[in-house]
Design a protein around this ligand. Structure first.
Ligand SMILES: [Zn+2]
Length: 442
């Protein structure tokens, strides 16, 4: 950009932008973003028509412009637990480390953890995420301030107890009402029944009915481990997907995370019901789920397969570029077929498929679409040479190559600068240390 132009107001809302010198799908392009946050022009030479209209001009310096990445399964505030406990058996890890620490969580912790997560996502090119956790009103405040998009669900866990179920229903209703009162188009509420082994069929049915009545999405964990499947068959005489279907949980607004242990019949059911399946390869490998989500069966069945990082305690970052690479590698390795999940499909999983799952209308750089735009540097080693952009983006680059992140037309990071980042890192670091101290674990 020209050095003599004052860019100090560019991070404010409702600015029109002309983004020049970028590459979209192999072609040189310019993008005009209007003050409503939409892409209003796209083409090779918009400069003549829009330069005088635009509040700011961003020189992309040859960057690849792609839609903002969408993380379809995470527990954002678990950034506070990053590196707290690793290399353990899943049940031990949860029961001995994660749950005891989470018992001490406060709304303030969730606020700082979510702020940290949003900062990390902005830095690595993610502009929307699907979250499930606790103290979600505090998460909503963090998302509102951060400028990115989120579908927020309260983790509904009734442990097959009637009294607990009532509490969880009220908490779910409260979050839905709170998000509605925020009236922020970047934030929506979802219903978050945690999983079949933590929520009773009655609880699942209530979630399905409430989501339907309010027009909300559903966010659930499904068939992460083999034990979940064998226990379900022993207890109910059917596999987890069939149980969820009986309870009305499988809908075109449902995101099911993990799905490692689906069989072919269940994959067909996912396709038939229009369920969005969130693949979480790094978390699955780290916790050794011993099976990779069957991408080929799911896509053959017409299911929308998208991508998520899971929480930071089991990943341990929120970098969706890394996740796309891990997904492509895991599919090839586990199913023993190097042609599975090619780079363009892995990139689509992280962008358009995720956008479809969350329903914000993002996921493509087209005129009229919300301006969720990420600029990835090309004058860096991971993009040199540039024979094939989707190959480099998936296999060579990490989120570290992202230079500029724009969500809903608002610039959130420009040339790697995120305003207020230091304060977020300091606040989240302090919250994490205090949480561990309160839990008496140090
Ligand atoms: Zn999860």
């Amino acid at each position: 950009m020209a050095a003599d132009v004052d860019m100090s107001g560019i991070f404010e809302k409702n600015r029109s932008l002309l983004i020049t010198n970028v590459v979209i799908d192999g072609k040189n392009a310019e993008i005009f973003v209007d003050e409503t946050g939409k892409i209003a022009g796209l083409g090779e030479n918009l400069r003549a028509g829009h330069k005088s209209e635009a509040d700011y001009v961003i020189d992309g310096d040859g960057a690849l412009a792609i839609p903002g990445l969408v993380n379809t399964h995470t527990h954002a505030a678990m950034t506070l637990l990053r590196g707290y406990a690793d290399d353990m058996i899943l049940q031990d890890w949860l029961a001995r480390k994660i749950w005891p620490l989470e018992a001490h969580l406060t709304g303030n912790d969730v606020y700082w953890g979510t702020k940290l997560a949003c900062t990390e996502m902005i830095r690595t090119g993610t502009t929307a995420f699907n979250d499930m956790y606790f103290f979600m009103e505090d998460a909503a405040r963090a998302v509102d301030e951060s400028g990115i998009r989120a579908a927020l669900s309260y983790g509904f866990i009734d442990l097959f107890n009637d009294e607990k179920r009532e509490n969880e229903c009220r908490a779910t209703e409260k979050l839905a009402a709170h998000v509605r009162s925020m009236n922020n188009p970047r934030i929506k509420a979802s219903v978050g029944p945690h999983a079949i082994y933590t929520v009773s069929p009655k609880g699942l049915q209530w979630c399905a009915e409430f989501a339907k009545e309010k027009g909300l999405g559903i966010h659930i964990h499904l068939s992460e481990t083999e034990k979940e499947v064998t226990d379900c068959v022993a207890q109910h005489g059917k596999r987890p997907s069939a149980l969820l279907d009986d309870c009305g949980i499988l809908t075109p607004k449902t995101v099911a995370a993990h799905c490692c242990w689906l069989d072919e019949t269940e994959c067909s059911l996912m396709g038939k019901r229009g369920v969005h399946v969130s693949h979480n390869p790094a978390s699955n490998m780290k916790l050794a789920t011993n099976r990779a989500m069957p991408w080929h069966w799911l896509t053959a069945a017409g299911a929308n397969v998208c991508l998520g990082t899971d929480g930071c305690a089991s990943n341990n970052n929120l970098d969706m570029f890394e996740e796309a690479k891990t997904a492509a590698l895991l599919q090839k390795f586990f199913w023993n077929d190097p042609t599975l999940l090619p780079a363009p499909a892995a990139l689509a999983m992280a962008t358009s498929a995720g956008a479809k799952a969350l329903g914000f209308g993002t996921g493509a750089l087209t005129v009229g679409a919300p301006a969720d735009i990420v600029l990835v540097a090309t004058k860096v080693a991971c993009n040199t040479p540039l024979h094939n952009a989707s190959s480099n983006l998936v296999y060579a680059c990490s989120g570290g190559a992202v230079e500029t992140t724009i969500c809903n037309g608002r610039v959130l990071m420009l040339n790697r600068e995120i305003p207020g980042e230091d304060a977020v890192l300091a606040g989240a670091g302090a919250a994490a240390r205090d949480l561990v101290r309160r839990a008496g674990s140090v």
